[in-house]
Design a binder for this molecule. Structure first.
Ligand SMILES: [Zn+2]
Ligand SMILES: [Zn+2]
Length: 100
């Protein structure tokens, strides 16, 4: 079976389920400061979700000096996670740990 890789700053941790990967990203890694608006968000999935739900693609490309491939890669990751993850359970677990 395929494993979910963390991937933040080359982090090679792998997880059998996507929920564990998101919890790891949120609990174990430093927060990310959004370059567009300065919000502090958990790195990893939540940072991607913030960037693409709160900002337009054009804002993202400008702020991060990204190209369309970089945008597509992140949109694909976001879609794959949202297909698979029980995000409500993730958010509840993170709140229980005071991590959100
Ligand atoms: Zn990691
Ligand atoms: Zn932002």
């Amino acid at each position: 079976m395929s494993l979910w890789k963390c991937g933040i700053d080359g982090c090679a941790e792998r997880f059998e389920d996507v929920e564990s990967a998101i919890i790891h990203q949120t609990v174990e890694h430093d927060r990310h400061e959004c370059t567009v608006c300065g919000s502090i968000v958990p790195d990893g999935y939540f940072a991607i979700r913030h960037a693409f739900e709160e900002h337009s693609r054009a804002e993202y490309v400008r702020a991060y000096d990204a190209d369309s491939t970089a945008v597509r890669v992140r949109e694909d990751i976001k879609a794959a996670i949202e297909d698979e993850a029980d995000l409500r359970a993730v958010v509840e677990e993170l709140k229980r740990r005071d991590a959100l």
